[in-house]
Design a protein around this ligand. Structure first.
Ligand code: DAH
Length: 381
């Protein structure tokens, strides 16, 4: 609405205003005009135009009122005009300022809403792997043996026949080598070509570390040796050409067969639970005398040989499961490491970890340990 519509371009005299009541009415009209326009102001640019229209120094409405109504007013009306103008100015200024603040916070809110970070949204999930079940079982076994004073040593996976066989009292052509006749490495000839290179093979068991440890260390010795071993085996549900063992060796001045059985039983009950029963059967290993096979009552059928009314499929009704080989260290072995067989004694054991893991976790195919199928691995986080 142009300002002429409310008579801003004329003097009050020209508008026929002669009494203060008319002045008040005129100002009321202007104010209503302001209030009407004011409702249309919503954003910053509208607000600026509006402010200039009303408060602009040169031609804003309030300036026009000052110039056209107040200044030329008659002496009788001047006071009323001045007072009305002050009131109008106060109203206009507060309203305009209030609208500015409202638009500003409104804009901030819009900006905030636009840039808001929603902390409740899930972040980028980086999948974290877990330790392989075999590693976990190694750890369980290590923890049990740690708790009774054993320490952990590890050794080379490439061995000499001396450590893998001879020093363990397995001379060349000994029939037990048949089982382990295995992966020899093809080596380049020695540089001077005079000597044949020392043959090397992938170790067939962790037992060589018995020798390596005793060579370096005087008794007492209490160690376990977790590690990978290799044999020329065809893969099936219970065989693999690479598998895992934990070797154990305890040698001291006063170790008896009782210490041996107590230690092994303690381990088995910690590992499988207190309800399993244990038994020894005589066996033979070149590096132990006497040698035993160590069995546990079948953890699947509770040592009954039957489950759900039929023959237990795990122990095939035998009620016992063969766990590992062990025995008292054969005195001949001490001869290879300069221990005095008359003064010391000890026991050793060697267990297949894949087998233990399969028994404990109900796994019926050793191959799953090596296939790295995440659907299997995820079952053991
Ligand atoms: N080294 C044997 C194997 O791999 C297992 C074994 C048996 C280890 C008896 C021992 C032991 O230390 O005393 O078949």
């Amino acid at each position: 609405m142009p300002s002429s519509d409310i008579g801003l371009d004329k003097t009050l005299a020209a508008l026929g205003v002669t009494e203060s009541a008319q002045v008040v009415a005129r100002f009321a009209e202007v104010r209503a005009h302001f209030d009407g326009q004011f409702t249309t102001v919503h954003d910053e640019s509208e607000w600026k135009l509006f402010r200039d229209r009303w408060l602009g120094r040169k031609s804003g409405v309030l300036t026009q009122i000052t110039d056209n109504w107040l200044k030329p007013a008659t002496a009788e009306l001047k006071r009323a005009v001045g007072q009305q103008l002050n009131e109008l100015r106060a109203h206009v200024e507060t309203q305009i300022e209030a609208r500015r603040a409202a638009i500003e916070t409104g804009a901030e809110e819009t900006a905030l809403a636009r840039d808001r970070v929603d902390l409740s949204l899930p972040g980028v999930i980086r999948p974290i792997g877990s330790r392989h079940l075999i590693r976990q079982v190694f750890q369980e076994i290590e923890d049990i043996f740690f708790s009774i004073g054993f320490s952990v040593v590890e050794g080379p996976e490439i061995e000499t026949p001396y450590y893998n066989f001879e020093a363990l009292n397995i001379p060349e052509f000994h029939p037990v080598r048949d089982d382990m006749d295995t992966f020899y490495l093809e080596l380049p000839p020695s540089p001077d070509k005079k000597a044949a290179p020392t043959p090397l093979l992938l170790r067939t068991h962790t037992s060589p570390m018995q020798i390596r440890t005793m060579e370096k260390q005087k008794p007492p010795v209490r160690i376990i040796v977790p590690g990978k071993v290799y044999r020329r085996d065809n893969p099936d549900a219970t065989h693999s050409f690479a598998f895992h063992q934990v070797e154990g060796l305890a040698v001291d001045t006063d170790i008896t067969f009782c210490d041996f059985t107590g230690t092994i039983e303690y381990f088995v009950k910690q590992f499988f639970g207190p309800s399993v029963k244990t038994r020894f059967r005589p066996s033979y290993f070149p590096f132990t005398e006497p040698s035993v096979e160590f069995d546990v009552s079948c953890p699947f059928c509770g040592g009954t040989g039957a489950s759900n009314g039929t023959t237990c499929s795990k122990c095939k009704g035998a009620a016992w499961i063969e766990l590992f080989g062990a025995g008292m260290v054969d005195p001949a072995v001490y001869g290879f490491v300069n221990y005095d067989a008359k003064k010391i004694s000890g026991f050793a054991f060697g267990m297949g970890i894949d087998r233990l893991a399969m028994l404990k976790y109900g796994i019926d195919d050793i191959q799953v340990f090596f296939q790295n199928d995440v659907r299997f691995l995820r079952q053991f986080p």
